[in-house]
Unconditional design. Structure first.
Length: 584
């Protein structure tokens, strides 16, 4: 089975309606399924799934594609991983083939092998937790009030020595090079050792439930060891793309739904919050948040509470994370923890009700930025107060609307005593010019395309019966995508069989897929038919020839080359013939 045959068969076996229904309820209306888009928040369904085409499309955020695109987008994985996931569900083996310099078969096999290794390692670490050698780890968990139910929920474990896990995995048939590639083993002098030895183990799972890495915590202070050791980047683990406990977040959304997510910094913060009933807590594993993580979170819920440590370092991390989450379109608030405490400390000292109160009192991004800024200055000193007002004005000036300007300038006014007039002058905010833009307004990828060509290409993609392939449009198509669409339609016409768009979409370069989406979802009007199709073919053909004529005429003006006059004359004849109804 070659590349194309495999992908065609994979997409045929992938029931896109069933696939999408796992993430958002769909209702059939006519020949199309409708639902609320799983990629952005909406109350009125604008997300469509076509069973016959094998495609999905959102008229709001413009997301669209086939089953491979959907899995890649919704699970925040690359194309090779999406293919592996769908192939596994369909009971197909990814064949040996390369596309765009990527060997998908080798990547799929490698992922499966490393996932199996990590799953075996996680199970063995967990078993080790109940050995006599792990009494210190069990005592630690007891002191931290982590019961057996939480130990099992998070799959906690223990590494008893530097070589025990290496020997165990060797016994299962894994090589030390595979252990090294998985991020478990490292070479010291001439011997491999378990990089997590002597630590309490926190398995890190991806959103698909695969163990991709581990975190380890030392149980006794030791200057030679860092308190926490996070797994290194590997073929299956990139901390900038993963979130601790995201697998539990996904499970909660599927079972009881999510109204918000709490983002913390560490493993124990997550476990403590889950114990207190906040089972929507996840962690960024001590790193500043990335755009990929923001996108992953948005797939589950748009309301995010950032609950980092209440110290200076935690606040700096919070500011970086807030900007990234806000830019991704998430509704972000900051939980302001008491100075020096993390969420685990707050739960233990003050209880779940107190933490819930902190959630209720969480502040917006702008208010948090101004609060942090205010702590940097002594507002009782005139010069310090002035510096604070100037810096705060910069934050407020960047806000998009006058309501927010007034809200936060009032806050600065209350903190400093400066008049609102002075603060408005400092921001240099001009009166807002009313701009009425429709919600989710985005320039359509096909907006610069000739309307006649757009109708013809959309008709071909929709396989309308009035498409007339005796009217040869190919000589007038200069762009690659229109040529491929025309060839696709002609091939279907010659074979006399309806063709599925999902396979054609897969063959289309990623950069032209937005344009293809626009054409696939073209809004036809009542009365569109053969006459309009012929007129549009004529219009675009003449327009194409006129463009060429103008280019040649310009070159003639510059060079006075007599040969160009003959070219112009030939084009004039072709234009005249098409106007007369001849398909020249």
């Amino acid at each position: 089975m070659d590349n194309g045959e495999f992908l065609t068969e994979l997409l045929k076996r992938s029931d896109i309606v069933k696939l999408v229904s796992r993430y958002t309820p769909l209702m059939k209306k006519g020949g199309t399924y409708w639902g609320c888009c799983p990629f952005h928040h909406e109350k009125t369904p604008s997300f469509t799934v076509s069973e016959t085409r094998g495609l999905y499309y959102c008229f709001g955020c413009k997301a669209g594609g086939n089953a491979i695109n959907f899995v890649s987008e919704i699970e925040s994985v690359d194309k090779s991983e999406a293919i592996r996931i769908l192939a596994k569900e369909a009971g197909m083996e990814v064949p040996q083939f390369k596309a765009s310099n990527r060997d998908y078969a080798s990547e799929a096999k490698k992922r499966e092998r490393l996932y199996k290794l990590m799953r075996d390692a996680a199970r063995h670490y967990h078993e080790n937790l109940y050995l006599p050698a792990a009494s210190g780890a069990r005592d630690y968990l007891k002191r931290r009030e982590v019961g057996e139910n939480l130990v099992k929920r998070f799959g906690l474990g223990y590494s008893v020595s530097g070589t025990e896990m290496i020997g165990y995995l060797k016994g299962l048939g894994y090589s030390v090079s595979e252990m090294q590639e998985a991020g478990i083993a490292a070479l010291h002098v001439d011997e491999y050792y378990d990089v997590f030895y002597g630590r309490l183990i926190f398995p890190i799972l991806n959103n698909l439930g695969d163990v991709v890495s581990f975190g380890g915590r030392v149980l006794a202070a030791n200057p030679e060891f860092a308190k926490y050791r996070n797994g290194s980047q590997t073929f299956i683990f990139d901390k900038s793309r993963n979130i601790y406990a995201v697998n539990l977040l996904k499970k909660k959304k599927q079972t009881s739904g999510l109204s918000y997510i709490i983002m913390t910094e560490g493993y124990m913060d997550v476990i403590s919050l889950h114990k207190a009933g906040f089972d929507m807590a996840v962690a960024s594993m001590g790193t500043s948040l990335t755009a990929t993580q923001a996108k992953l979170l948005k797939n589950y819920c748009e309301r995010i509470y950032i609950s980092y440590d209440g110290d200076g370092a935690g606040q700096k991390a919070t500011l970086r994370g807030l900007d990234i989450l806000s830019e991704a379109g998430l509704n972000v608030k900051v939980v302001q923890l008491p100075e020096g405490l993390d969420p685990d400390d707050v739960i233990k000292k003050h209880g779940a009700e107190f933490y819930k109160k902190l959630l209720d009192e969480a502040v917006t991004l702008t208010r948090f930025k101004i609060n942090v800024l205010a702590k940097k200055y002594d507002l009782k000193q005139p010069d310090e107060k002035a510096k604070f007002a100037v810096e705060a004005a910069k934050i407020i000036k960047a806000l998009p609307n006058p309501v927010e300007h007034e809200e936060y300038l009032t806050l600065v006014h209350n903190l400093t005593g400066y008049t609102m007039e002075a603060l408005y002058k400092q921001t240099e905010l001009a009166p807002l010019v009313d701009k009425e833009e429709p919600e989710n307004a985005q320039p359509k990828a096909s907006q610069n395309m000739d309307p006649s060509l757009k109708f013809v290409l959309a008709s071909i993609l929709a396989q309308k019966p009035y498409c007339d392939y005796t009217l040869d449009l190919f000589p007038y198509l200069e762009e690659d995508l229109p040529q491929k669409i025309y060839e696709w339609g002609l091939e279907g016409f010659k074979s006399g069989q309806k063709k599925r768009l999902a396979e054609f979409f897969e063959e289309t370069p990623e950069e032209t897929q937005p344009l293809l989406n626009d054409l696939i979802n073209y809004s036809f009007l009542d009365g569109d038919g053969a006459e309009k199709y012929r007129e549009c073919v004529k219009s675009f053909s003449i327009g194409s020839l006129k463009t060429k004529r103008a280019e040649i005429a310009k070159r003639f003006d510059e060079t006075k080359d007599g040969k160009l006059l003959r070219d112009i004359s030939e084009l004039d004849k072709k234009i005249k013939a098409i106007r007369a109804g001849e398909n020249a």
